[in-house]
Design a protein around this ligand. Structure first.
Ligand code: ADP
Ligand code: MG
Length: 255
């Protein structure tokens, strides 16, 4: 599929949002969910998005994830203006350029870890042996080589989230988008997931993660706080903790 590309200045930014507004119509009323948001995320960035409920975090993530379009303003993903693409083109971009991780894991229940990871490859032109190779590589990237044939019900929450991360990575996306990825996990498991994110980010993957937990936001390189549809603060993280080192000091749970 031909996707229009428009290289702009600031080509180092993998995500570039310029003066985006988003309105939702609810009958007669109009909700102004984003009120002029501008944001650049550079390649290899790791951004934590925070803010009170209703402040616009999910609306922004839906736009970054090409699940929704801005009402006005521009969104460039890897230099491509995706603000005005049709649904079909957006779906192609979602599958090829973006990986998604959610609070609830969203794995298929009667499907093994490996099969869950294979799913996004079924919509590509990659041949079957290469698909299998990539799925196995994604599984080992999250340290679950020995769980390939397990069903979600046979895995802990942390393991399920690792499978979800592997699924998000299998098509080698430019960006990983995560909405409250540790929201359903205990504190040690949350740090383990942050270890996975930090190591993927060390390897060059760009990560944007919504969290309401300040402790979790500290594992990112930069935190952005939303308020009333606007970015209120945008701050580099000083002395960010390394999850791997922190885990060494935390009591282990039974696996
Ligand atoms: P957050 O994720 O920070 O809790 P949201 O982005 O979900 O905030 O919501 C921002 C504002 O937009 C809120 O006032 C919310 O009620 C409104 N909103 C979000 N989604 C919709 C929708 N689909 N229809 C109408 N209003 C919505
Ligand atoms: Mg939300």
């Amino acid at each position: 599929m031909a996707i229009p590309t428009a290289r702009v200045d600031g080509a180092a930014a993998v995500l570039s949002v310029l003066d985006v507004h988003k309105y939702y119509s609810l009958g007669e009323t109009r909700v102004h969910a984003l009120r002029g948001v501008s944001l650049d995320v550079e390649r290899g960035g790791f951004v934590a998005v925070m803010g009170a409920s209703g402040s616009g975090k999910s609306t922004l993530m839906n736009i970054l994830g090409c699940l929704d379009r801005p009402s006005s303003g521009q969104y460039l993903l890897d230099g491509t203006d995706v603000s005005q693409l049709d649904k079909r083109a957006l779906a192609a971009i979602r599958n090829h350029r973006l990986g998604f991780v959610f609070q609830g894991f969203n794995l298929l229940a009667r499907t093994t870890a490996l099969e869950n990871i294979l799913l996004p490859t079924l919509y590509t032109k990659i041949d079957a042996p290469e698909r299998a190779r990539r799925a196995a590589a994604a599984l080992s990237l999250v340290g679950l080589e020995n769980r390939a044939d397990h069903f979600p019900s046979q895995m802990s929450g942390g393991q399920q989230q690792r499978v979800a991360i592997a699924r998000a990575l299998v098509n080698q996306p430019a960006v990983l988008l995560a909405d409250e990825p540790t929201g359903n996990l205990d504190s040690r498991t949350s740090v383990e997931i942050m270890q996975v994110f930090q190591e993927l980010n060390d390897g060059g993957l760009t990560v944007v993660m919504v969290t309401h937990e300040p402790d979790i936001a500290q594992f990112a390189k930069r935190t952005i706080v939303f308020r009333d549809g606007r970015i209120r603060t945008d701050t580099p993280v000083e002395d960010r903790p390394r999850a791997r080192a922190m885990l060494a000091t935390m009591p282990a749970l039974d696996d």
